[in-house]
Write a protein that binds this ligand. Structure first.
Ligand SMILES: [Zn+2]
Length: 138
């Protein structure tokens, strides 16, 4: 367990994710999600879901966090923390798993909801991923 997983860091990311969740734009689902990604450089990148009247144009909190990191030049990701208002902690959806695996195949994921905490690893959530290696690009 690295310092990235220290309780203080997890709580910092959780607070960032909660703040992001409050900014979520989710008028259709009412399912607000906040995310916080820790970059290897120590940067913290928030994300929230942003829905759209054209439903397929909706983007999840995890992907807004990833794009926020990448646009700042950070592609090495250490930890993802999620917060929702549901009864049970939720893992990233399939699309987000695919986006995350591009940058961090073994990314630890911690999800908070309903007073509970769940932990996964992206390799566990997305076995047999399609990666740059699948295209012969590694
Ligand atoms: Zn998603």
């Amino acid at each position: 367990m690295t310092s990235a997983h220290d309780r203080a860091m997890v709580e910092r990311l959780r607070a960032t994710a909660e703040e992001a969740m409050r900014r979520a734009y989710a008028p259709y689902s009412g399912f607000r999600v906040g995310a916080a990604l820790l970059g290897r450089d120590g940067g913290v990148f928030p994300g929230c879901n942003v829905e759209n009247a054209g439903y397929s144009s909706t983007i999840c909190a995890e992907r807004t966090a990833v794009t926020s990191a990448v646009v700042r030049g950070v592609r090495e990701l250490e930890l993802l923390v999620l917060v929702t208002e549901s009864d049970e902690p939720t893992p990233p959806c399939g699309v987000c798993r695919q986006v995350l695996v591009e940058f961090a195949p073994d990314l630890p994921v911690i999800s908070f909801a309903g007073g509970r905490e769940a932990r996964w690893n992206l390799a566990e959530l997305l076995p047999h991923p399609f990666t740059p290696a699948s295209l012969g690009r590694v």
